[in-house]
Design a protein around this ligand. Structure first.
Ligand SMILES: Cc1ncc(COP(=O)(O)O)c(C=O)c1O
Length: 482
């Protein structure tokens, strides 16, 4: 073996650098949570500047010490554990899950087939079964984990396509027929993308309007269904958003399930963000009816504190999960036709995928599902608190003033401002916030209008940071007007 290879696999170096890294990260977690910590959420740099900085770094390598690289990465990466991080809806990772990821990352078995995945494969099934039981599904339910909600939605809808269309689409294609799904106009774009990827075209997504709370208007399902069928689109299923991405609105699953049962349609629940409410006694009413769905997805890497990416894809009737793909790969498993729950790649889009179950299981085993419940309740409650604080100010507007979860949109405005001015000022506020780096929030369009958008992902965020954000937004907005 060469000296370089020996160094790359040296256990003592790993031990030394590993201890240093854990110290670095523990210090980061300690400092970032202090009230009025001078630490920024983000050290803003333009993409080109950052690229050039790393280009220069590479040109001076190789560097024998990895720890200064880790420190630089810590500096140049957004600090999602900061209580003033209020932006994109991906998880605030619990340290125990990160440690489990280190374990999974070093052992790193592929999860496609049992002979390599072993424990990871067993944990996947166990986790999805537990989730299914929590949703009120029976022992017959089945599922697996996959890399992200986008892929999860595609996988579940591929299954719906295979089960609901009487001919074998996998083998013969659509043979000139047009099929479609009824989907709320507020659904995440990954649903439309999945339908397009499946070759159903843009007519494959039939939009159902939403009410003033941005929830699917279930009274309109019948007319949308009829219109689609008159236009030659055979509807095979409905997708419920739990919740929508922009405003955090939950479609009424129970009412959608009534419709699906009456028409014999597949019901898929996109619970990427809000499916986590199932763990909470206080908020599981938002998912009332989920026990009637045919499939659902849930991102553990959103509200459930796990590093990206871990998405559960679950099927109420486990046998459906075996129908999605129909390919033979005899070098991987002995019996092509057999329903072997443990050879996951028979049912997942991916073959090799990371040891994702270990991240979720470490949390579940250490703290119990109560941890998930408490995080959901803390963050959904915080959403309500923030809405109250905004309403008390008087010079802000919200598209949804009674949020159902931890996603909240708002904007600053004065009475005489035009729509154009409101948008210009709020877009400038958001840009200034990101450049300054004290707070991090995002922006979105709600029914064509620009809003600032917060997702409260950090249980360490308190009223203090939320009040501070409103003060800062006002200051910046008024600064742009002068
Ligand atoms: C409702 C919903 N579905 C699906 C997705 C896609 O999930 P992912 O980013 O894990 O691919 C998102 C992402 O924000 C979402 O909000």
């Amino acid at each position: 073996m060469t000296e370089l290879l020996r160094q790359a696999y040296d256990p003592d170096t790993f031990r030394r650098e590993g201890h240093r890294l854990v110290e670095l990260l523990a210090d980061y977690l300690t400092h970032i949570r202090q009230p009025d910590s001078p630490e920024k959420v983000l050290h803003h740099v333009t993409p080109d500047e950052l690229y050039e900085r790393w280009q220069a770094d590479l040109a001076t390598g190789p560097h024998p010490q990895v720890s200064d690289f880790f420190e630089k990465i810590l500096h140049d990466t957004i600090h999602m554990h900061h209580p003033k991080y209020l932006g994109h809806q991906t998880s605030n990772v619990a340290p125990m899950a990160a440690l489990a990821e280190l374990l999974g990352g070093l052992l790193d078995p592929g999860m496609g087939v049992y002979e390599q995945g072993t424990s990871g494969v067993a944990l996947e099934r166990l986790l999805v079964k537990e989730l299914a039981l929590t949703m009120g599904w029976g022992e017959n339910s089945e599922g697996f984990l996959t890399s992200g909600g986008t892929l999860g939605n595609l996988t579940a809808l591929l299954c719906a396509r295979q089960v609901m269309i009487e001919r074998d689409v996998w083998e013969h294609g659509f043979e000139g027929r047009q099929y479609g799904f009824l989907v709320s106009s507020e659904a995440h774009y990954s649903v439309a993308r999945a339908v397009n990827v499946m070759g159903m075209g843009s007519r494959g997504v039939v939009q159902v309007p939403v009410n003033q709370h941005f929830q699917m208007e279930t009274d309109q399902l019948e007319s949308c269904f009829r219109k689609a069928e008159n236009d030659g689109v055979k509807i095979i299923g409905v997708v419920a958003s739990s919740c929508s991405t922009a405003t955090g609105s939950f479609d009424p699953i129970d009412e959608i399930a009534d419709f699906c049962e009456a028409k014999n349609l597949w019901l898929h629940v996109d619970g990427a963000h809000g499916g986590c409410a199932v763990f909470s006694k206080k908020y599981r009413h938002l998912l009332r009816g989920i026990e009637r769905a045919d499939s659902m997805i849930l991102d553990f890497h959103k509200m459930l504190m796990t590093p990206k990416l871990v998405t559960a894809v679950a099927f109420r009737r486990g046998e459906h999960s075996y129908q999605t793909f129909n390919q033979k790969a005899s070098y991987l498993w002995d019996k092509d036709e057999g329903r072997e729950w443990f050879n996951l790649a028979k049912r997942t889009f991916e073959l090799t995928k990371s040891f994702m179950s270990v991240r979720v299981y470490a949390l579940w085993r250490t703290y119990g599902p109560e941890l998930f419940a408490e995080n959901v309740e803390r963050l959904f409650d915080l959403g309500k608190t923030f809405a109250r604080l905004i309403a008390e100010e008087g010079d802000f507007e919200m598209p949804v003033s009674e949020p159902e979860c931890n996603i909240l949109c708002f904007r600053y405005l004065m009475k005489n401002w035009s729509e154009e001015k409101i948008e210009l000022v709020n877009a400038a506020v958001r840009e200034a916030l990101v450049r300054e780096g004290e707070f991090f929030i995002v922006q979105t369009k709600v029914q064509g209008r620009l809003y600032l958008r917060t997702t409260l992902m950090n249980p360490l965020t308190t009223e203090r940071e939320l009040t501070g954000l409103l003060k800062k937004v006002r200051e910046l907005a008024l600064g742009f007007v002068d």
